[in-house]
Design a protein around this ligand. Structure first.
Ligand code: G
Ligand code: G
Ligand code: MN
Ligand code: NA
Length: 254
């Protein structure tokens, strides 16, 4: 069987799951939320990276049922955590470009929010900068539809898409996520530092939160602290963890 054929059956066979990577404040290293990340383990193929299967899912349209499952699974999980914890847990879910434009997306989100107890403003959707670059008018309308449901929006992989900065002013987004390619060379390469600093300053000027991705070392974190970047994700604090490890991570925070 091809990877595509395996992927076609992955959902019904229960081979997909979500793991969660904490988002942490740069200043106090307090956990403020999690990003849900899809994992696929197949009996024949073993563990397949989303870098390999998400593009196949996107091309074949399988990303639509899979993406709906991801949204629902994240909301179900938030409800479970909320019933066990004192404070509600914020979770960000990645949306593929195709999912973002899918007609039924708004109904799917609405159904998830009706079915599960998800704290106010606790669901966030991450959309890549490149997904926002075409069909400006439709994109703008779609972003507003999502915001009207009380769902927050983040621009993922920011800095890689050459999008017009003018859009940022209009789009109802709350966060920019600095692509980890720029973060990787912080402390070693002045150009990367210049780019990250401009994104942080841009975000501050537009009153957006800014999150650095892929922080692996104390020296990268020190540079981000110097720049007054708001939040970070990365192996330095924690790799993505299984759902049942989330309560302990929240306890470690603070
Ligand atoms: O978790 P990891 O770093 O291996 O993810 C690799 C890529 O796969 C990232 O670009 C990430 O955004 C993407 N990805 C992970 N989970 C999902 C998901 O649920 N939906 C979509 N569309 N992309 C995802
Ligand atoms: O594109 P997106 O931001 O959704 O990608 C998230 C991906 O980044 C996940 O697959 C996650 O496993 C990966 N990731 C998270 N933290 C780090 C890190 O510190 N270093 C590296 N190399 N990858 C990371
Ligand atoms: Mn992401
Ligand atoms: Na990203």
């Amino acid at each position: 069987l091809t990877v595509e054929a395996h992927l076609r059956r992955a959902l019904e066979r229960g081979e997909l799951r979500l793991v969660y990577q904490p988002k942490v404040t740069v200043r106090e290293q307090r956990v403020v939320g999690f990003e849900a990340l899809l994992r696929w383990t197949n009996p024949e193929l073993g563990t397949v990276s989303p870098l390999d299967f998400v593009p196949i899912a996107e091309r074949t349209g399988l990303i639509l049922p899979i993406g709906s499952w991801v949204l629902e699974q994240a909301c179900r999980q938030m409800e479970q955590w909320t019933s066990r914890l004192v404070r509600p847990v914020k979770v960000a879910v990645n949306l593929s470009p195709r999912q973002f434009h899918q007609k039924s997306l708004i109904d799917t989100i609405r159904r998830c929010l009706a079915q599960y107890r998800v704290g106010e403003g606790c669901l966030e959707l991450e959309i890549t900068e490149t997904a926002l670059m075409s069909r400006e008018h439709e994109v703008d309308r779609r972003l507003h539809e999502i915001r009207e449901l009380g769902v927050e929006l983040a621009i993922d992989d920011f800095g890689t898409g050459y999008s017009s900065l003018a859009y940022l002013q209009r789009f109802p987004v709350s966060r920019l996520k600095v692509d980890r390619a720029f973060v990787r060379d912080l402390g070693r390469d002045e150009d990367s530092a210049a780019i990250v600093l401009s994104i942080v300053n841009l975000a501050r000027g537009l009153k957006l939160q800014v999150v650095a991705e892929g922080v692996e070392t104390e020296s990268q974190l020190a540079v981000l602290r110097e720049m007054a970047c708001d939040e970070y994700q990365g192996f330095l604090f924690s790799k993505p963890v299984e759902a049942d490890e989330v309560p302990a991570l929240l306890a470690r925070a603070g």
